[in-house]
Design a protein around this ligand. Structure first.
Ligand code: NDP
Length: 281
């Protein structure tokens, strides 16, 4: 078997085109503010991609690049200003924040209606209780890609490797809300292959290059690789792509899989927040 490659780039492009068409017709444009504190190189790249995508689809954007030494108070003051701004409908704080800043406090300071990443405790609670509102972009992108390829989730064994608040846990909840039977694995899981070999749908969100090898994958599985690892200047995922491709039915590439979907979901969430705030249809 050679897996069908799930083309996140093409799917994201289609979603972006739809959003662009919708935004063109709006008199007042949706606005997204991105806040970056510190010098994390990957974060620098991500916020630039997000800004460019906003430009491409006609979403107004503001990018705040703050120095590493920014205090929590200064950051909270900026969030307060953005909460009040009429031009801004979505606020995203690029994680991770510098160590001296309390991430939870900052995320909770974002006005609920502008919580474009869905990281606030209220939105996490909504997701956990099956009432999805603002849904985190990467997990939402994973689900959208599965839908795009008509992958049936109900009753399937889904295994998520990784339990972070921004990827693993919300992805598991979204799968559960769609009636998959979900197992979450993490660094303390004893005998990871025992679980992955049973997965009809396997999601790797770890950040360890080629952690998932072909012997860990069930014949005909759907394999979604969220991982982004930089090795010798190249991006690779958490899945050993070529050997796993020979065994799986579907697989996402890195790059060109979940990454572009994440950005597409961010602008979709911005448009959703805009509609919620302005009452636009
Ligand atoms: P975190 O570091 O926050 O979480 C990693 C998770 O993997 C943890 O739950 C950890 O377990 C688990 N883990 C670590 N080692 C192992 C192991 N050997 N076996 C099983 N589980 C393990 O990362 P994120 O969730 O933020 O991101 C995960 C990956 O996804 C990264 O490569 C990141 O760059 C990428 N990413 C990609 C995005 C995209 O758009 N494509 C967006 C966001 C992230 P424990 O909890 O026990 O420590």
């Amino acid at each position: 078997m050679t897996a069908t490659i799930m083309d996140g780039k093409a799917t994201a492009e289609k979603i972006r085109a739809g959003i662009k068409a919708e935004v063109t017709n709006l008199k007042v444009k949706p606005g997204l503010a991105a806040v970056l504190a510190g010098k994390n190189p990957a974060s620098q790249v991500y916020v630039e991609i997000k800004r460019k995508t906003c430009d491409d689809v006609g979403i107004y954007s503001e990018l705040y690049k703050l120095p590493e030494e920014t205090t929590e108070k200064e950051l909270l003051q900026l969030i307060d200003k953005l909460n009040k701004s009429e031009k801004i409908h979505g606020i995203l704080v690029q994680l991770p924040l510098p160590k001296h800043i309390n991430e939870e406090k900052v995320l909770e300071a974002i006005a609920l209606e502008k919580d474009v990443d869905g990281f606030s405790l209220v939105n996490v609670g909504r997701l956990a209780s099956g009432r999805e509102a603002a849904v985190p972009c990467t997990p939402k992108g994973v689900i959208r890609l599965l839908e795009e390829y008509s992958i049936d989730l109900a009753g399937k064994n889904a295994v998520v490797i990784g339990r972070s608040n921004i990827v693993g846990k919300p992805t598991a909840l979204l799968l559960l809300n769609r009636n998959a039977t979900v197992t979450i694995c993490h660094s303390k899981t004893a005998d990871l292959p025992h679980y992955t070999k049973k997965a009809d749908i396997l999601i790797a969100a770890v950040g360890k290059p080629k952690l998932v090898t072909a012997d860990m994958v069930k014949e005909g599985a759907v394999v979604i690789d969220v991982g982004i690892n930089r090795i010798d200047g190249k991006l690779i995922g958490d899945v050993d792509f070529e050997p796993v491709r020979k065994k799986a039915a579907y697989i996402t590439p890195v790059p060109g899989g979940v990454g572009p979907m994440t950005v597409a979901m961010l602008i979709e969430n911005t448009l959703e927040r805009y509609k919620k705030i302005t009452g636009a249809k």
